[in-house]
Design a protein around this ligand. Structure first.
Ligand SMILES: Nc1nc2c(ncn2[C@@H]2O[C@H](COP(=O)(O)OP(=O)(O)O)[C@@H](O)[C@H]2O)c(=O)[nH]1
Ligand SMILES: [Mg+2]
Length: 376
C-alpha cells in the first residue's frame, strides 16, 4: 500500500465519519442584545452565527446552518417586543418541538433549548420567569432539556446571586449557567476573561442523547477537554481491536492488517476535533507517521521504525507482532495524532505550516516525541 492510497483512504474515512454524524438542533430564546449570537459564535466553531446561512422558518425564528457542520441553530427574534410576541415565540417553539418529535428522525428533533438572560441587568423580569414556567409545563410531554444561560456575566458574584434568585423559582430546567462568551474590556488596564463555556458544553454532554455526543464534540470549540476525552476513548477501542488482531501473532511483513483499525481511529479523532483537513495536510500527517518522507511502502518499514522508537517493543520475539505490541503501537500512534490535533487546536501548528519543510519537521519531531512516550 503506498502513501497516496493511504491518504485517500484516510480522507474517505474522515469524510464518511463526519457525514454519518447526526445533526444537533438547538433552539435559542432571549431578547435582542442579550448575547445570543456572541454565545453561538464562541461555543461553536466557524463563527456559526456570523458566517452561517440564516433561513427564516417562522415569524420569530430563523434557522442557522453551515455546510459541513452537523448543527442547526433555531435563533429567535423579537422576544423583547412584548407579551404578544412572546406568546407567538412560545407557540412557534412548541410546534417546532412537536414537528420534530412527529418526524421520528433524530436529525429533525429539537435536542436542547438555551434560554438566555443578560446578567448585566439588575433584575429578572417576572414575565420572563412566567414565560419559562409555561414553557416547562408544555415541555412535560417531550422533555426537551432547557438550560438557562446567564449571558454577559461580567461579575461572577453578581451572576451567582442571579442564579440563586432563578433557582428559588423552582423551574423545571436542567441548570442555570453563568457565562461570559467573550473577554470583556473594562478599560485599557482591566479585562475580564471569558469563562463558563466549557461548563455549558459539559452540561450539554450530560443532557444530550448519546447519539449526539460525537456531533457535540465535532461542532463545539469551547471544550478541548471533551475532544481529548472522546479521542482517547477512540484510541482505547482501536488498541483493543489491534490486540485482538494480534492475538494470533502477525508476521512483521503483514503489519498492514492493522491499518484499517488505525484509519478508523484517525477518522474518529479528526471528527471529534472538527478539523476539515485538506489532502495536503493529511499527506503531511501520514508521511510523518510513516517516518521517512520517501517511504513508499508501509508494513515492514513502519513497523520496524515504530519498534525502534517505542521503548519496550525493540525486542519483538520471533519477528512477529503480538497482541500486546499491536495494541501498544496503535496507542502510540493515536496519542501522537491527538497531540498534533491539540497543537493545531491551540494554533501552535498551523495548517499552512504543514506545507513547509520546517512545519513538517516540527510535526515529525512531535510524533517522535509522543511515540517515545515523552511528555511535552
Ligand atoms: N465582551 C462581550 N460582549 C458581549 C458578550 N455577549 C454579548 N456582547 C455584546 O453585546 C452585544 C449584543 O450581542 P449579540 O450577541 O448580538 O446579542 P443577540 O441580539 O442576543 O444576538 C454585542 O455588541 C456584543 O458584542 C460577551 O460575552 N462579551
Ligand atoms: Mg443575534
Amino acid at each position: 500500500m503506498d502513501i497516496n492510497q493511504l491518504v485517500d483512504d484516510c480522507i474517505n474515512a474522515v469524510h464518511e465519519r463526519i457525514r454519518n454524524l447526526n445533526t444537533l438542533n438547538v433552539a435559542i430564546v432571549g431578547k435582542t442584545g442579550v448575547g445570543k449570537s456572541t454565545l453561538v459564535n464562541s461555543v461553536f466553531r466557524e463563527n456559526l452565527a456570523e458566517t452561517g446561512v440564516g433561513k427564516p422558518v417562522t415569524q420569530h425564528m430563523r434557522k442557522i446552518s453551515k455546510k459541513g457542520m452537523p448543527i442547526q441553530i433555531y435563533d429567535t427574534k423579537g422576544f423583547e417586543l412584548g407579551k404578544n410576541a412572546q406568546e407567538e415565540v412560545k407557540e412557534e417553539l412548541r410546534k417546532l418541538i412537536a414537528d420534530g418529535v412527529k418526524s421520528n428522525d433524530v436529525n429533525q428533533a429539537i435536542h436542547c433549548i438555551w434560554y438566555c438572560i443578560n446578567a448585566v441587568s439588575n433584575r429578572i423580569e417576572p414575565e420572563e420567569i412566567e414565560w419559562i414556567r409555561k414553557l416547562t409545563e408544555d415541555n412535560q410531554v417531550y422533555q426537551v432539556p432547557i438550560i438557562i444561560v446567564l449571558t454577559q456575566s461580567i461579575s461572577k458574584r453578581h451572576a451567582q446571586e442571579m442564579k440563586k434568585v432563578i433557582e428559588n423559582e423552582n423551574l423545571d430546567v436542567v441548570n442555570v449557567i453563568p457565562v461570559l462568551a467573550q473577554d470583556y474590556e473594562i478599560d485599557e488596564d482591566y479585562m475580564v476573561k471569558s469563562y463558563g463555556l466549557d461548563t455549558l458544553i459539559a452540561l450539554m454532554e450530560e443532557v444530550l442523547p448519546e447519539e449526539l455526543e460525537d456531533t457535540l464534540s465535532n461542532v463545539q470549540k469551547a471544550s478541548l477537554e471533551m475532544k481529548i476525552k472522546k479521542s482517547q476513548a477512540a484510541v482505547a477501542t482501536a488498541a483493543a481491536t489491534a490486540a485482538g488482531i494480534g492475538a494470533a501473532p502477525i508476521p512483521f511483513a503483514d503489519a498492514a492488517v492493522l491499518i484499517p483499525t488505525e484509519i478508523t481511529m484517525i477518522a474518529s479523532i479528526t471528527a471529534f476535533f472538527g478539523f476539515e483537513l485538506s489532502k495536503s495536510v493529511l499527506t503531511s500527517l501520514v508521511s510523518s507517521v510513516v517516518g521517512t518522507a520517501g517511504a513508499t511502502f508501509l508494513g515492514r518499514t513502519v513497523v520496524s521504525n515504530l519498534c525502534k522508537m517505542i521503548p519496550g517493543i525493540g525486542s519483538v520475539a520471533g519477528g512477529a507482532i503480538s497482541g500486546a505490541t499491536a495494541s501498544l503501537m496503535t496507542t502510540a500512534l493515536g496519542e501522537a495524532y491527538i497531540a498534533v490535533m491539540v497543537a493545531m487546536f491551540k494554533g501552535e501548528i498551523k495548517e499552512k505550516d504543514l506545507q513547509t519543510e520546517t512545519g513538517r519537521k516540527k510535526l515529525a519531531e512531535l510524533f517522535k516525541e509522543k511515540l517515545q512516550g515523552k511528555k511535552r
